[in-house]
Design a protein around this ligand. Sequence first.
Ligand SMILES: *[C@@H]1O[C@H](CO)[C@@H](O)[C@H](O)[C@H]1NC(C)=O
Ligand SMILES: *[C@@H]1O[C@H](CO)[C@@H](O)[C@H](O)[C@H]1NC(C)=O
Ligand SMILES: *[C@@H]1O[C@H](CO)[C@@H](O)[C@H](O)[C@H]1NC(C)=O
Ligand SMILES: *[C@@H]1O[C@H](CO)[C@@H](O)[C@H](O)[C@H]1NC(C)=O
Ligand SMILES: *[C@@H]1O[C@H](CO)[C@@H](O)[C@H](O)[C@H]1NC(C)=O
Ligand SMILES: *[C@@H]1O[C@H](CO)[C@@H](O)[C@H](O)[C@H]1NC(C)=O
Ligand SMILES: *[C@@H]1O[C@H](CO)[C@@H](O)[C@H](O)[C@H]1NC(C)=O
Ligand SMILES: *[C@@H]1O[C@H](CO)[C@@H](O)[C@H](O)[C@H]1NC(C)=O
Ligand SMILES: *[C@@H]1O[C@H](CO)[C@@H](O)[C@H](O)[C@H]1NC(C)=O
Ligand SMILES: *[C@@H]1O[C@H](CO)[C@@H](O)[C@H](O)[C@H]1NC(C)=O
Ligand SMILES: *[C@@H]1O[C@H](CO)[C@@H](O)[C@H](O)[C@H]1NC(C)=O
Ligand SMILES: *[C@@H]1O[C@H](CO)[C@@H](O)[C@H](O)[C@H]1NC(C)=O
Length: 434
Amino acid sequence: MVDEEMGSKAKGLVRPLTTKHVQALSSHIHLFCLLCALFITLSEAVCNPQDQESLLWFSSNVSSSVSPLNWNLSIDCCSWEGITCDDTPESHVTTISLPLRGLSGNLSASVQNLHRLSHLDLSHNLLSGPIPPGFFSALDQLMVLNLSYNSFIVLLGAFNLISFNVSNNSFTGPNPSFMCMSSPQLSKLDFSYNDFSGHISQGVGTCLKLSVLRAGFNNISGEIPVEIYNLSELEQLVLPANQLTGKIDNNITRLKKLTLLELYFNHLEGEIPKDIGHLSRLQSLQLHINNFTGTVPLSLTKCTNLIKLNLRINRLRGNLTELEFNLLQSLKILDLGNNSFTSDIPNKVFSCKSLTAIRFAGNKLTGQISPQVKELVSLTFLSFSDNRLTNITGALSILQGCRKLSTLVLAKNFYDETLPSNVDFVSSDGFPKL
Ligand SMILES: *[C@@H]1O[C@H](CO)[C@@H](O)[C@H](O)[C@H]1NC(C)=O
Ligand SMILES: *[C@@H]1O[C@H](CO)[C@@H](O)[C@H](O)[C@H]1NC(C)=O
Ligand SMILES: *[C@@H]1O[C@H](CO)[C@@H](O)[C@H](O)[C@H]1NC(C)=O
Ligand SMILES: *[C@@H]1O[C@H](CO)[C@@H](O)[C@H](O)[C@H]1NC(C)=O
Ligand SMILES: *[C@@H]1O[C@H](CO)[C@@H](O)[C@H](O)[C@H]1NC(C)=O
Ligand SMILES: *[C@@H]1O[C@H](CO)[C@@H](O)[C@H](O)[C@H]1NC(C)=O
Ligand SMILES: *[C@@H]1O[C@H](CO)[C@@H](O)[C@H](O)[C@H]1NC(C)=O
Ligand SMILES: *[C@@H]1O[C@H](CO)[C@@H](O)[C@H](O)[C@H]1NC(C)=O
Ligand SMILES: *[C@@H]1O[C@H](CO)[C@@H](O)[C@H](O)[C@H]1NC(C)=O
Ligand SMILES: *[C@@H]1O[C@H](CO)[C@@H](O)[C@H](O)[C@H]1NC(C)=O
Ligand SMILES: *[C@@H]1O[C@H](CO)[C@@H](O)[C@H](O)[C@H]1NC(C)=O
Ligand SMILES: *[C@@H]1O[C@H](CO)[C@@H](O)[C@H](O)[C@H]1NC(C)=O
């Protein structure tokens, strides 16, 4: 009785509120909120009863040995852990956020009845089994879906999503970028670490809002479709460890917002786009383990925000001393190993003050290591092995001045020189993980 009376009083307070009232009440705001709080704690559960039932089915289909869902029936379901409701009188559930809970079991089809659900994050659990058929068409308010790091196996239906994240599951079959057709607002698409095969669908060109496309570590083949170069909002194009073939079209330089271009461990060929320097926001360019040919474009050093540059294991050649490496003052990791560069050591690299790791191993570089290397106060890794360097005595005395250097690889150089017997030529290769 008391609850109901409180409830109706509270409602009576709430309903006729106008802006004027709110202004008039602003001095009583504390009292007002106290009443709200009383209303919520004293009244019966306000959570939508159908939504509560759907949540209960959901919870009965999952379990967790780590921390079981402690969804207590005597508490309003809108206050249950991980649940958020809208503020309409019906109090519909809008968010289920239960990442990292050790949940195992299935995704109950009852979730489909949560028609106002806009955010679903069940990432980093042990959930498995099929995603219920019709799931996506039923949840037409769903904007953010994060089912990454689970073991779901089927993906069906049409979507209206802004963010779709199913990285690290066991999805197989043709890749799902066709969904762009029905999700014109899609801005983030992440299906890394699955078993998708087939080509990147041409429909991807209809996803004009796409800012993140991550599909690494799948089995995607074919060329990068030219439609991608029309996605002017794209910031991350991350497709490593697939079976991609063909070239990177110089068009790509229209993607002015690109910060990550990571296409390593594919079968790409042709030249690195000569106008790559137009991508002035680029922070990570990782094209290693492909079959790129030609030279490193001179324009590359206009990408002054670069932090990671990895072109290792390609077929690049040319004269590195012509590049203005000194412009790359943010560069931390530089790997040009295992190509066919023929020139003196590009000493301008030693002006990149942020460098922590440099690898030039496996080229045909000549000359001596410059004393300037001592200016790289953060340098921990340096590998020049398998080149044509000279003056081992000079190199060792200089590198002694690099205080943080923990790995130095100089083997297979200094061919006509007498090597000091007390020097340990490091052969193991501890290049930092990118
Ligand atoms: C459920 O919540 C009520 C009220 O807060 C509490 O008295 C009860 O112990 C809770 N039950 C469980 C199983 O936690
Ligand atoms: C999950 O769904 C599958 C197939 O529908 C069923 O065989 C299995 O028992 C379910 N597991 C749980 C924990 O509900
Ligand atoms: C899982 O949820 C469905 C409804 O979606 C229900 O029919 C089924 O009984 C639930 N399974 C368990 C084990 O509670
Ligand atoms: C799940 O993905 C969404 C969107 O991609 C992201 O906002 C959210 O932080 C992710 N959840 C976790 C636990 O990382
Ligand atoms: C997807 O979710 C994982 C965490 O589960 C997160 O690390 C990753 O950044 C997310 N992807 C996107 C594109 O937000
Ligand atoms: C994928 O997730 C599983 C656990 O869900 C984890 O053991 C594995 O390391 C993850 N793989 C990657 C590449 O992150
Ligand atoms: C990868 O895709 C190719 C077809 O492009 C297929 O022949 C191969 O079996 C797939 N590999 C795996 C591991 O799925
Ligand atoms: C790119 O967009 C333009 C105009 O928006 C369109 O005419 C052209 O066909 C698109 N190109 C591709 C390859 O989709
Ligand atoms: C790529 O740009 C060139 C001009 O730089 C243009 O001729 C060509 O049509 C563009 N290709 C696409 C697919 O937009
Ligand atoms: C590069 O091309 C050669 C010869 O065509 C091939 O044997 C090799 O596997 C290719 N490397 C990559 C990473 O695709
Ligand atoms: C590389 O370029 C520099 C500067 O243009 C030039 O002095 C040098 O001779 C060139 N080296 C080779 C091997 O072509
Ligand atoms: C070897 O390097 C040291 C240190 O830079 C230098 O002093 C010396 O002149 C160099 N020797 C030759 C033969 O160039």
